[in-house]
Design a protein. Structure first.
Length: 368
């Protein structure tokens, strides 16, 4: 049996929807984008949303909308896009440690890293679990810092009843591995109208069109082409309607994993969901102890299970990021050598998850 790490759930109806959208002649940003953005606003209670071609583009736009250069505090335990967006906008990442239980930014370690050059905190909600936002919001308010949320992995997740991406400037991903997909795509969410107007220009070459003379396109700032095509926004609208169902399936699958793996706690630690948090399990990650993580992943791979690792090495251990300032990253260093990711996706069949559980159980019996 071959089981992928993830699999997007796109049905025949949605393929026809894409085809229908293309036939309208709208091949770039169009009416489906407007609808997608409106639906997204309603979902997470954001004031403004802008559909884009990726979460990376959203992160870069978010930083450019700050209209400042300086340091941005971000976890080292994340995908490269978080740091790349900071560097590519002329700012500097400052790497902060994570909480080993939640795998999210450790709010207790943030203030020690704040300097006169700090302009923002970028939280990264890991694997479907939100960060502890009340404490982070207090730090931002106290130090007059902007808050950027890398919410690529937490669409539909909430902290104390409030969705991720609505606390600060939200950046979402619709990559095929995420909770919904537009194949490639992202969304920027904002509450500030000035930032919204700037971001709208940034994603479309920085130009504004004359209301009188349609052919006059005047560049007001050096922008980019970050637009999401209309037909992919059409897919997004359909996927958004299924989000609750998709996330419910992910949670049910995660609960099955946890139920069976709890008894393996001397070797495998399952993810925990703290009170007042909702987890949408974009990934199901475990900690494999006693230096056996690689052995665990290779064993599953050899049995046809596409287990993986998120993330090793962490950013501060990679050469291009090694020059940037950092705090004590003890938990990041430890967790990056323990973390393993198991397959999870809404269309996972009963026989697939049973096979994974059975295979993990066999590995445990061999290594306990």
């Amino acid at each position: 049996m071959k089981i992928p790490l993830c699999k997007p759930s796109i049905d025949e109806k949605e393929l026809n929807l894409i085809k229908k959208s293309i036939k309208t002649g709208w091949l770039t940003h169009g009416p489906e984008n407007v609808k997608f953005e409106s639906n997204f606003n309603k979902l997470i209670s954001s004031k403004y949303s802008i559909s884009m071609n990726s979460c990376t583009s959203a992160l870069e736009c978010a930083i450019k909308c700050l209209e400042k250069k300086g340091e941005i505090i971000v976890p080292s335990f994340t995908w490269v896009s978080s740091a790349n967006a900071i560097i590519n906008t002329g700012c500097k990442p400052v790497f902060v440690d994570i909480d080993p239980i939640t795998r999210n930014i450790d709010s207790k370690r943030i203030e020690k890293l704040i300097s006169k050059s700090t302009i923002a905190i970028m939280v990264v909600h890991f694997a479907g679990l939100p960060c502890e936002m009340n404490k982070i919001l207090k730090i931002c308010k106290k130090n007059k810092l902007h808050l950027i949320e890398d919410s690529a992995e937490t669409l539909g997740a909430s902290f104390r009843g409030r969705y991720t991406g609505s606390f600060g400037i939200g950046c979402f991903s619709f990559f095929p591995t995420k909770n919904i997909t537009t194949t490639e795509g992202g969304m920027l969410t904002l509450s500030n109208k000035k930032m919204y107007n700037k971001a709208k220009k940034l994603i479309a070459h920085g130009i504004t069109k004359s209301k009188k003379d349609a052919w006059k396109r005047i560049a007001l700032l050096p922008g980019h082409n970050y637009r999401l095509p209309n037909h992919l926004a059409a897919l997004g609208n359909s996927q958004l309607k299924k989000l609750q169902k998709f996330n419910k399936k992910r949670v049910n699958l995660a609960n099955k994993y946890t139920k069976h793996f709890l008894k393996f706690s001397n070797l495998i630690l399952v993810p925990k969901v703290p009170k007042n948090f909702t987890h949408v399990f974009q990934m199901y990650t475990v900690r494999v102890l006693k230096g056996l993580r690689n052995n665990f992943v290779y064993y599953l791979n050899n049995k046809g299970i596409s287990a993986s690792v998120h993330f090793d090495p962490p950013l501060h251990q990679q050469k291009i990021y090694s020059k940037y300032r950092r705090g004590n990253l003890k938990s990041t260093n430890i967790l990056s050598k323990q973390i393993a990711t198991l397959p999870i996706y809404p269309d996972m069949k009963k026989k697939e998850i049973e096979y994974i559980i059975k295979t993990v159980s066999k590995w445990y019996r061999k290594n306990k």
